[in-house]
Design a protein around this ligand. Sequence first.
Ligand SMILES: CC(=O)SCCNC(=O)CCNC(=O)[C@H](O)C(C)(C)COP(=O)(O)OP(=O)(O)OC[C@H]1O[C@@H](n2cnc3c(N)ncnc32)[C@H](O)[C@@H]1OP(=O)(O)O
Length: 437
Amino acid sequence: MPGPEARYEIRRFHAEPGEGAGASRTAEWIRAVNYGFYQKAVGEDLLRQIVDTHVADDRELTGAYEVDASSIPGFGPDRPVATFATLRKTLNVGYGRLVPAHLVTAVTVRTDHRRRGLLRRLMGEDLARAKADGVPVAALTASEASIYRRFGYGVATLERRITVDTGPRFALAVKPRGRVLSVDPPVMRRLAPEIFALAHGAVPGSIDRQERYRLRAAGEWAEETGGPDSAARVAVHVGEDGRPDGYAAYSFRGWSHEPPTMDLCDLVAATPDAYLGLWEFLGSLDLVERVAWDEAPVQDPLSWALVDPRVLKADGAQDMLWLRILDVAAALQGRRFAHDGALLTRIDDPLGLTSGRYRVSVASGECQVERVPDDDPSPDDLTMDIAELSSVYIGGVSPVLLAEAGRIRSGEHSPEAALTLERMLAVERAPHCSTHF
Ligand SMILES: CC(=O)SCCNC(=O)CCNC(=O)[C@H](O)C(C)(C)COP(=O)(O)OP(=O)(O)OC[C@H]1O[C@@H](n2cnc3c(N)ncnc32)[C@H](O)[C@@H]1OP(=O)(O)O
């Protein structure tokens, strides 16, 4: 069988609205993504909305097209058999520092073209281009946890599904500062990005958001139709300085559901007061007995703030943000460190983008990274795959735990190196990513 290079042509382009050839190529690409995720066919309104958000986000769309597709019944030359999209945003790496991040999304390969190396080709080419552009880290959220490690991605943040019973047992031990206002969703067109920008600068692990989040908060985007969402409700937290610094978007599940449940669609908070204040508000909603949230942090201050922590029930944690360091020096030098120290680290990289030995030296919280030749006789303090360095990079995953799992190996002369790395990488608060992409 011929390899993927021979059978497929890769085309990269940006979304185009309207009627022309570019618009039809865009529409076919969006339909292919929908097909790949087993979603309902996209109607014209939803299609227009998706195109507009792709334009607003400046997404680069990549499609693999079968060479000679016109000979296949029902297949036009504009219909991709694989899709792949990227956006350039920023990642909070702790202490308010943001580094450029290359976000990968909308990865699909049509059923009848799978397991022929298309994803491997698209990912390999794409990561090499991002590295050449000087972007230090790539990121994605995964449909399955078994796919991306082979390309050097590691899990950097987790999330979990929770329900909170908001009956008489719901109470917070300490009153959060500030107040919460119920607002009309259209206000969020302006407010959502402003509030998110504050939270983005405050929460390690945060990834800057796509346009879709703003429209959803404003009640202008229902997932199925792309039309208005008449069920959307929003509450905004205002800090003691009078500045809006958090919001919760929620919708009622319907009276046929027992117990009466509010679905929390999104919660953005720049401060712990905003986070707990919004929860206090959600816990006080009349007629509602439960709030359900699919994207809660695992290290959740709410659990500790509740008078009775058992009103919160949680499913097991699941991988959320996957990171893939493309340039070790740029990634590490882009962040601030909690402790000084020096470690000689050997990195293995399945794609060869970062393989090598690195001396990581931190003084006064700032890091210098220096390449060390293979024949240098100094012993390695740590050895790991790039997936592990990517996992521990923003301080949300413990190097000690990964050493216990056998994923990070310490040199015989440096049994405490994983602990040293953990101290160096610590950040000011628990990392969490609330942006799915
Ligand atoms: C960031 C995102 O967008 S996440 C969404 C991912 N997309 C989906 O889940 C939609 C449904 N699935 C698909 O479209 C496809 O099966 C894909 C995209 C997951 C894989 O595409 P393919 O072209 O079949 O992958 P490809 O043939 O390049 O395989 C590359 C490697 O990944 C492995 N692999 C592919 N899919 C999976 C999987 N679902 N689980 C585990 N391993 C997988 C292959 O075995 C192969 O391994 P190897 O090269 O190390 O031997």
